[in-house]
Design a binder for this molecule. Structure first.
Ligand code: PEP
Ligand code: MN
Length: 336
């Protein structure tokens, strides 16, 4: 349920209304815009007397929100959310350019990639330390040592770091990580999502291999229901009958999610296509259709990468992509 409060209502009256709602075992989410305040009510609202609330002199209107995702729903929070990551922001016109290798492989590799993507305009560094590989015989990541190396790269370049968690027991290792990634394979690991709801660090939540946008939003809801509202959604392609590309990039997810939710949406053209030469056109298309950021795999020596070399850009290719993306961004902003 959302309650639209009349303009110029005193703070104190709004606080009283919230306290009354919360006394009935419900949670509230308040969104204050320039002209209106909206109180989102979360929980079993069936027992709330809608007529009684509509009749209050400070209430402009009451609407039931039928969608099961509440906290992430744009009806609860009409303005775009802005998520802060260190001194960077994402959402509401703030664009994140996240780049780095699929996996952290060595000090030399991560520092050199970090420096080159930063020089090309990246705003965050990605790199997997815990890798969700299809085969148990493939490189599984450097784990805790990988996180240490990412932190070293952060100290060298100042770039905030984004890295994937696979097990909630590893959370203590993520203390100094800026954005915790939940990979496609864990999008519906509800126990992990609940744990991430207990912290306040930004979570980059990737869409599952065969999940709908509604399911993605319900997973975001697991994190937000715990009180962590810092969720960034990521479209990374879904599984279809097509085999030319690794996945099928669902770009319509960007405008559709923007309609359904206030959370920022980034696009991963690397895992979506699996082919380095398709990354640039898809990155440009994602930017043109309004993505709030991109996450792109970059490796200093793709043919020898321990993971996902075929889709990784060399630093100079990333530089070219970033330059074109920033131009498209300008055009998108000018067009409004
Ligand atoms: C990754 O970003 O390294 C990754 C494993 O991505 P996804 O979960 O989208 O497959
Ligand atoms: Mn990868």
């Amino acid at each position: 349920m959302i309650i639209i409060v009349k303009q110029n209502t005193k703070e104190e009256r709004i606080r009283d209304l919230i306290a009354w709602i919360e006394s009935q075992n419900l949670r509230t989410h308040v969104s204050s815009g320039d002209y209106t305040t909206i109180i989102g009510v979360i929980g079993d609202t069936s027992k709330l007397d809608e007529e009684l609330i509509s009749g209050l002199d400070i209430v402009e209107g009451v609407k039931r929100v039928s969608e099961p995702f509440k906290s992430s729903n744009r009806k609860f929070h009409p303005q775009d959310s802005v998520i802060s990551v260190g001194d960077q922001k994402i959402g509401a016109g703030h664009f994140a350019m996240i780049a780095g290798p699929c996996s952290v492989e060595s000090r030399e590799q991560i520092i050199s990639v970090a420096k080159s993507v930063k020089a090309a305009g990246a705003t965050m560094l990605r790199g997997g330390a815990f890798k969700p590989r299809t085969s148990p015989y493939d490189f599984q990541g450097l784990k805790a040592d990988g996180i240490e190396l990412l932190l070293e790269a952060k100290r060298e370049t100042g770039l905030p770091i984004v890295t994937e968690i696979m097990n909630a027991n590893h959370l203590p290792l993520f203390e100094d990580v800026d954005v915790i990634q939940v990979g496609a394979r864990n999008m519906q690991n509800f126990e992990l999502l609940k744990e991430l709801g207990r912290i306040r660090k930004p979570v980059l939540l990737k869409r599952g291999l065969a999940n709908t946008l509604k399911e993605l939003l319900m997973s975001a809801e697991y994190v937000m229901a715990g009180g962590n509202e810092n969720v960034i959604l990521c479209e990374r392609g879904v599984r279809t009958f097509e085999t030319t590309t690794r996945n099928t990039l669902d770009l319509s997810a960007v405008p559709a999610l923007h309609e359904l939710t206030h959370l920022p949406v980034v696009v991963d053209p690397s895992h979506a296509t699996g082919v380095a030469r398709y990354v640039k056109p898809m990155a440009l298309a994602a930017t043109a259709c309004g993505a709030d950021g991109l996450i792109i795999e970059v490796h200093n020596d793709p043919p020898h990468a321990l993971c996902d070399g075929a889709q990784s850009l060399r630093p100079e290719q990333f530089e070219d992509v970033a330059r074109c993306v920033f131009q498209i961004r300008q055009t998108v902003q000018q067009l409004g």
